[in-house]
Design a protein around this ligand. Structure first.
Ligand code: SF4
Length: 352
């Protein structure tokens, strides 16, 4: 007899691994799906780090692929980053505590999972969600609303918390026996660790480690600062990358200065700039690099250069030479370093 097929959302975390494994154990054919949103910490590390040591290579592995391999299920990666740019700037259901539009995000992922489910002839969707684990999207009523808006009401089985929730179509149809599901709820991790041991899962990511940097407080500060200063409230993938890079100073309302913190960031600052911006680059080998974004004049360029010179080895020099590239032209200037501490109030960052 042909097995019943289900699509399991794989985030790379332990809960989604457990949910998929429970399904597999009870005889469901599981196809994993992972969404590439463009806001994944690992992806940014890959850009910045690139990378060098075996340890950092390990950090850069795709967590979803790794977790699916550990429980031996196939996984498809779906790129939804374009749709995400719009969702992050105008979330219908608002933000969580930072710039994380978790409700819109879950709706979007379930819609996409539904399309994939229909495409491969699967009968339902499986997630590793646990009731009450996250403040925003994992309350029972919110889960119901999310499902309804995604057009998948009754089709989402959450094996870890199923016994705390209304029976779903897979249970009422007899494809899945409710008695073989769980009643895990809340923020504790012990039941999941126990279940992992029972299911023979030995390798899994740190349970506390999230992948999405939209929950980062400093990222949120920088994002909202950008939106306040931008007439068209739109976001590009280049913005997304720049918002994670370097130190951001807004000394004047008209522009922002981003200063690289290391060689990799300096390279990325250049790579993710455009002609309307200015790249301010010390001419000494491996010297610091900054970028000016917005409307700026000669004094602003000189101040950006002085501040940039205030970091790293260049700060010990009396004068530092910089190449300034803007509008496709490059010229040289020399400036005295200034102590960045004097401008710390202009740093865009989370202040507890
Ligand atoms: S934390 Fe990020 S990936 Fe997770 S639901 Fe929220 S917005 Fe989506």
């Amino acid at each position: 007899m042909e097995k019943i097929k289900a699509v399991a959302l794989m985030s790379g975390g332990l809960d989604s691994m457990l949910a998929a494994k429970v399904m597999e154990k009870i005889g469901i054919e599981v196809m994993g799906i992972n969404f590439y949103t463009g806001f994944c910490i690992t992806e940014q590390r890959r850009r910045v780090d690139g990378s060098k040591s075996a340890a950092s290579k390990k950090k850069l592995e795709n967590a979803a692929l790794k977790s699916a391999a550990e429980i031996e299920i196939p996984v498809e990666i779906v790129d939804i980053s374009k749709q995400y740019l719009e969702m992050v700037t105008k979330p219908k259901h608002g933000y969580g505590s930072n710039v994380n539009p978790c409700i819109d995000c879950r709706i979007h992922m379930l819609r996409e999972a539904h399309k994939y489910m229909q495409k491969i002839g699967a009968k339902f969707i499986v997630t590793g969600e646990v009731v009450g684990q996250r403040p925003m999207s994992q309350h029972k009523n919110t889960m119901r609303m999310i499902e309804k808006e995604a057009g998948v009401a009754g089709l989402v089985l959450r094996p870890l918390s199923a016994k705390l929730l209304e029976p779903t179509l897979p249970e009422t149809s007899g494809w899945v026996n409710r008695d073989e599901l769980y009643d895990i709820g809340g923020r504790g991790r012990n039941p999941q660790m126990r279940l992992a041991r029972e299911l023979g899962i030995e390798v899994f990511p740190n349970p506390g480690g999230g992948c999405c940097f939209l929950t980062d407080q400093t990222y949120a500060e920088r994002f909202f600062d950008l939106m306040r200063h931008r007439v068209e409230k739109t976001l590009t993938m280049e913005d997304v990358v720049r918002l994670r890079l370097g130190r951001h100073f807004r000394i004047k309302e008209s522009h922002k200065i981003i200063i690289g913190r290391n060689e990799a960031e300096n390279d990325l600052i250049e790579k993710y700039s455009d002609e309307k911006m200015a790249i301010v680059k010390a001419t000494v080998e491996k010297g610091p690099v900054s970028l000016i974004e917005g409307e700026f004049g000669e004094d602003d360029i000189r101040l950006a250069a002085s501040l940039t010179a205030g970091y790293g080895k260049a700060k010990a020099l009396a004068e530092v030479e910089f190449d300034v590239t803007s509008g496709g032209k490059t010229r040289s200037i020399s400036v005295k370093p200034v102590d960045p501490q004097a401008y710390s109030e202009y740093l865009i960052q989370h202040r507890p």
